[in-house]
Design a protein around this ligand. Structure first.
Ligand SMILES: [Zn+2]
Length: 100
């Protein structure tokens, strides 16, 4: 894996680390039985990955984000970040929306 043209050394190292983490996670998950995976999903579905409280779906623009009102975390499903970033001003707008 080589460094991308506009990528800093720090971003490149972070990407390498993430690729190693992805590989380890995929290897670990390949040994988990479907029944165990389904049981874990039922136990943790719509629960905050940081504090365990129940998550609420919050509509922001065209995306339903998962919000934890216990620890103030905001979580994105796969593909939702891409949906948001395609629109100008999304980050400042999101900060204002979620500011307490
Ligand atoms: Zn939380």
């Amino acid at each position: 894996m080589s460094r991308r043209p506009n990528e800093t050394e720090q971003e490149y190292q972070a990407r390498l680390t993430m690729e190693r983490q992805r590989s380890v996670a995929q290897e670990r998950n390949s040994h988990v039985a479907d029944a165990d995976r389904e049981r874990q999903k039922q136990l943790h579905w719509m629960r905050c990955p940081k504090c365990g409280a129940e998550l609420s779906e919050v509509q922001f623009r065209d995306v339903k984000l998962d919000k934890c009102f216990a620890c103030a975390g905001v979580f994105l499903d796969d593909g939702e970040l891409e949906q948001l970033t395609g629109k100008p001003g999304w980050f400042d707008s999101m900060l204002r929306f979620f500011r307490n």
